[in-house]
Design a binder for this molecule. Structure first.
Ligand code: AHR
Length: 331
């Protein structure tokens, strides 16, 4: 049952058009899913932005699934800003959506707006990244990969690959994701656990590349100029690794050979880089979350109890595995 008690407050706080997030309005849809009483379901989707190939694939998956189910989707691109996501959520509430799908840019700072959604009786399904809130009943469920496990897989792989190397220390240059984002925090943590298996490995350089190719390249250029010695690169996502590969090549070095490079996501461009021998490993992080997200929306609206976190399973891909999978790769 929807609770409209907070409607007036939510409407008063609603953002006027154009005051922040890039809203693309309502999207065309087929005509099946219903919010009850035969009414077509309306769902607001607050997306972080379009910083990476992974993000684009996630957006497409949600859009396609909405269209397939006949859901009216209100899409808002926050351009990497939490304030824009908060405005978008308030706008969705003012527009009386049935449910909200949120991919939160950072972990903290969501309590107030999620409470507004709860008071309005609008379930919020989190996709891809988690939040830290005092009361976890403020969201219906989280559908996401285990970022700590992803980082650990990358770290353990590197530890194994370097265990017989003669050097006393192998420096690692780390390209971090967006500060405060769950995948940046958790992948770092997991990676550090993984490399602990080989005491020779040490992170000697670390900088944020904001999950983008451009900033990944810039950060790598700075690393290469720093004079610090490093033999491996860990990028929190593929796009930053691909930017770094460009910088390494421009510096006259051979990525994948002079420097071992590991990253996370498993996008097609990274598969190509694996096949070309320029990237050594990518840990998949599946962005095709549309079907699971709308299953969760429908279950929440039907009053079903959902697990607090549905873990999306991930795999690792080296050159051989990439070769086998490349033709059928969906993103
Ligand atoms: O939250 C998932 C991460 O966000 C992906 O690894 C990255 O590419 C994206 O920007």
């Amino acid at each position: 049952m929807r609770q409209w008690v907070a409607w007036a407050a939510a409407a008063a706080m609603a953002c006027a058009a154009g005051c922040g997030p890039k809203s693309e309005g309502t999207e065309a849809s087929g005509g099946a899913a219903s919010g009850g009483g035969g009414k077509k379901l309306t769902v607001g989707f607050s997306q972080i932005g379009a910083e990476s190939g992974w993000r684009t694939a996630e957006t497409q998956s949600i859009r396609e699934e909405a269209a397939k189910r006949g859901v009216e989707l209100k899409f808002s691109d926050a351009q990497q800003k939490q304030e824009n996501q908060i405005k978008a959520i308030r706008s969705f509430l003012a527009q009386k959506v049935d449910a909200i799908i949120l991919a939160p840019v950072v972990e903290t700072g969501w309590d107030a707006v999620l409470r507004e959604a709860k008071e309005a009786g609008v379930p919020v399904v989190l996709v891809d990244r988690g939040v830290k809130v005092q009361d976890d009943s403020l969201y219906a469920t989280l559908i996401a990969s285990d970022f700590v496990a992803e980082g650990r897989m990358a770290g353990e792989w590197l530890a194994e690959q370097t265990k017989n190397r003669p050097e006393a220390e192998i420096g690692i240059a780390e390209l971090q994701g967006t500060p405060g984002a769950a995948p940046a925090i958790d992948r770092k943590k997991g990676f550090e656990q993984g490399i602990a298996k080989n005491p020779k490995l040490k992170i000697v350089l670390s900088q944020s590349g904001d999950f983008t190719r451009t900033k990944g390249k810039e950060a790598m250029e700075a690393f290469l100029k720093s004079g610090k010695k490093f033999g491996a690169v860990f990028a929190h996502n593929d796009d930053m690794a691909l930017g770094a590969i460009q910088a390494i090549e421009e510096a006259g070095l051979k990525p994948g050979k002079d420097l071992l490079i590991v990253s996370i996501d498993g996008v097609r461009d990274a598969f190509q880089a694996l096949i070309d021998g320029k990237l050594n490993l990518t840990v998949e992080c599946n962005p095709l979350l549309g079907p699971m997200a709308f299953d969760a929306v429908e279950a929440a609206l039907a009053g079903k109890k959902l697990p607090k976190w549905t873990v999306v399973q991930d795999r690792m891909f080296d050159r051989e595995a990439a070769r086998k999978e490349f033709a059928s790769r969906k993103y």
